[in-house]
Write a protein of this length. Structure first.
Length: 565
């Protein structure tokens, strides 16, 4: 950080911190002081070479353990289309703007089709987001608190989206680019004399546009913290920053690209959830919020929370010799004295921490469909706000900060070593399907989520045997119509076998049925038995159950079932 004139004069009057004599009380510089000084002077290197490398190694290791899941299959389907026309046709069912599929397409072109290659854009995006988090807090409170914000971010459960082939990490990276650029533009405008800020404004425009082109909720994700921060800044300065406002308006071309795509997705998939929320009643609002909050909390919390809180409390009673500091050779914030982060930066961080409720309310009143991942920016917001508030409190909190960082990093290292030692996991539940004697019979997958994975991992010779039975009225009734309609929409592009339920049972006397542990889809076995089929269990791995289904009913019974459609 730049030293003020007063600090420069103080520095010239005093020798460097490392050459200072012991404290007046007779105590020598302690280990805490040495660690703090080392982090302050070499924070960038420790961030780049240690923390980011650690996160990347952990992400790659975890990626080997996690099978491709339903949503990621859609990312690959879009990215691997042979022509741009088919690429565009595949996008509405995927439900996202084109930026992440384009990056995935580039990664596959460079490194081949593999689990790590399709997740590489997300991994690199998450590292970029961490770097942005560090820069944002470092400008306000110093190096150590910037590192704390990084450690807090990858200690939250939401870090697992760093190895998921979906655009959430990319969205987080663009949000942080916009916030850091906005912060830099505001600081440059208020400097004496004002500094050029063309680069900062360009970064702001790229961050906003990139957020919009990454995800349908991107404008809310980047706009909410920026609006809150700029509103506080406007209140403080009493004058609008017209260049910043004009830069925000530069996003209109990005909206012109994304809105038609979002309308097609809404007309294809979200029309069902939208209709289900209208007319809006208190009971629907309550059910929507409570169910989504239950799914969302794991995005922020993890199993280490209790231990972290206990250690943080104990660290507030550290011995007095850990509290002292003589790092006068550093700036005020890097010495650990109380920093003064700007009100607008705190407001922007606070806005980011509220992205889960903000995005949830927006989706409730628009599409009626929500997923906790839409509020991915909250993990950065919580880390930013926590580091900024701790940085305001002075040296005692700095010592606690160092202890907390050490604890969190050790926990993360332990998890990383565990992930590295574990062998690559085989696709769960698929062994029973692929190894069982099937004699060329169709294999019906009851769960549309599991169907996408089974089809993806099936050997080429078996892909045409893997069948999903479509029945839109039943899907609407049981609440998985979005999943089924998306699959059916992609059918012409991937040559997957999806047959109408009634047409299939009218034509097939003998086939296999796979059911998994998802209670929503266990009904299919009972439904087929009611339609005249006898089931025999062939394989059971504790989660997936493979049955041999043979017709036992008379043709008249089948015809009566068909007539009740």
């Amino acid at each position: 950080m730049q030293l003020t004139k007063m600090e420069e004069s103080d520095e010239s009057a005093n020798p460097p911190a490392t050459d200072l004599p012991p404290f007046a009380s007779g105590n020598a510089r302690d280990l805490g002081d040495l660690c703090y000084d080392a982090l302050s002077r070499y924070g960038f290197l420790s961030l780049l070479l240690l923390l980011l490398a650690l996160v990347f190694i952990r992400s790659v290791s975890e990626s080997h353990l996690k099978v491709i899941w339903y949503d990621e299959v859609f990312s690959v389907i879009v990215a691997t289309q042979p022509t741009w026309h088919r690429f565009a046709l595949a996008m509405p069912a995927d439900g996202n703007p084109p930026l992440y599929p384009l990056l995935t397409r580039l990664s596959i072109h460079l490194f081949g089709l593999s689990d790590v290659a399709i997740r590489l854009p997300a991994m690199l995006s998450f590292l970029a987001a961490l770097f942005g988090i560090y820069v944002f807090v470092r400008k306000e409170c110093g190096v150590v608190f910037g590192l704390l914000a990084v450690v807090l971010t990858f200690s939250e459960s939401g870090w697992t989206y760093s190895y998921e082939a979906r655009p959430y990490a990319l969205l987080l990276a663009f949000m942080m680019l916009a916030l850091v650029s906005w912060q830099s533009a505001a600081n440059a405008a208020e400097a004496t004399p004002p500094r050029p800020r063309r680069l900062a404004l360009a970064g702001l425009a790229v961050g906003i546009a990139g957020s919009i082109l990454s995800h349908g909720i991107g404008l809310i994700e980047v706009g909410f913290p920026l609006l809150l921060g700029e509103a506080v800044r406007l209140y403080r300065t009493r004058r609008p920053d017209w260049p910043v406002l004009a830069t925000a308006l530069s996003i209109i071309p990005a909206l012109a690209i994304v809105l038609p795509m979002m309308r097609r997705t809404s007309a294809l998939l979200l029309i069902y959830t939208h209709a289900g929320m209208h007319p809006l009643t208190l009971s629907k609002v309550y059910a929507f919020c409570t169910s989504n909050i239950r799914m969302t909390m794991p995005l922020l919390l993890n199993s280490n929370l209790v231990e972290i809180v206990v250690i943080a409390i104990l660290l507030t009673w550290v011995p007095p010799w850990l509290v002292h500091s003589r790092a006068e050779g550093l700036s005020a914030s890097d010495r650990g004295t109380p920093a003064h982060p700007s009100a607008e930066s705190i407001a922007a961080a606070f806005g980011a921490s509220l992205l889960i409720p903000a995005t949830m309310l927006f989706m409730m009143f628009t599409t009626g469909y929500y997923n906790c991942r839409y509020g991915i920016g909250s993990i950065a917001g919580v880390a930013l706000l926590g580091a900024l508030m701790i940085g305001r409190q002075g040296r005692r909190q700095t010592t606690i900060c160092l202890g907390l960082m050490a604890l969190l990093v050790l926990l993360f290292v332990h998890g990383t070593l565990t992930a590295i030692r574990q062998p690559s996991r085989q696709p769960a539940g698929f062994a029973a399907i692929f190894s069982a004697p099937h004699g060329g019979l169709p294999i019906v997958i009851s769960d549309p989520f599991n169907y996408a994975l089974t089809w993806w991992y099936a050997p080429p010779s078996m892909k045409n045997q893997i069948v999903y039975l479509t029945d839109k009225p039943t899907a609407i009734e049981r609440g998985y119509v979005v999943t089924e309609v998306a699959l059916v929409e992609e059918k012409p592009l991937i040559s997957a076998r999806m047959d109408d339920y009634y047409g299939f049972i009218a034509a097939q006397d003998h086939f296999l049925l796979d059911t998994d542990g998802d209670i929503r889809f266990l009904f299919l076995k009972d439904r087929l038995e009611s339609a005249g089929y006898r089931s025999t269990l062939l394989a059971d791995d504790g989660f997936n159950h493979l049955y041999d289904m043979q017709r036992s009913a008379s043709p008249g019974t089948i015809n009566s079932i068909m007539n009740t459609r």
